[in-house]
Write a protein that binds this ligand. Sequence first.
Ligand SMILES: [Zn+2]
Length: 187
Amino acid sequence: MGIKSFLTLAAVSISVACVSSFNSGEPVSANMAEPSATPAKTKTIREITFIEGEWDGVASTVTDAEWKKLLTAKEYYILREEGTEQPFTSELNKNKKAGTYYCAACGLALFKSEHKFDSGTGWPSFYQPAYKKNVVDKEDRSLGEIRTENECARCGSHLGHVFDDGPEPTGLRYCINGVALRFKASS
Ligand SMILES: [Zn+2]
């Protein structure tokens, strides 16, 4: 427990420090390849460390102020304010490549391509998490109904909701915001 806790804090501190130092001194997006040619198409993708396997560590302690610095406005709205992206806007919705979907905030492995299906809803949909412990269910009483919200087990970020109208073998439909996911193809 003590060691895990320390390691988690260290990892978080390092990632925050990397982003801070990366941004300092280059106020306009340091990783834009062609800053003046196609500014509308370029966007800063934060580097995150992908974490494989079932998560049994402690939750991260990144503060709200730190998340605001780390995430884009859209990511912050969805991941930290439980927002929902417009349907059919994520390129991951139709993604059929083999690979793993990680938390866009902290990099924890959340879903796998073999559990993905086309639900027709416009959001990436899965019938089970990559690892049971990595996706946490939580009661959501917003919108005047009781739904089951999903959060990342490591950083507590909002991912989407799970419903019981999914396909076999689980009958579950994890309806996940593409903004909350980072996809990495298996090589
Ligand atoms: Zn996370």
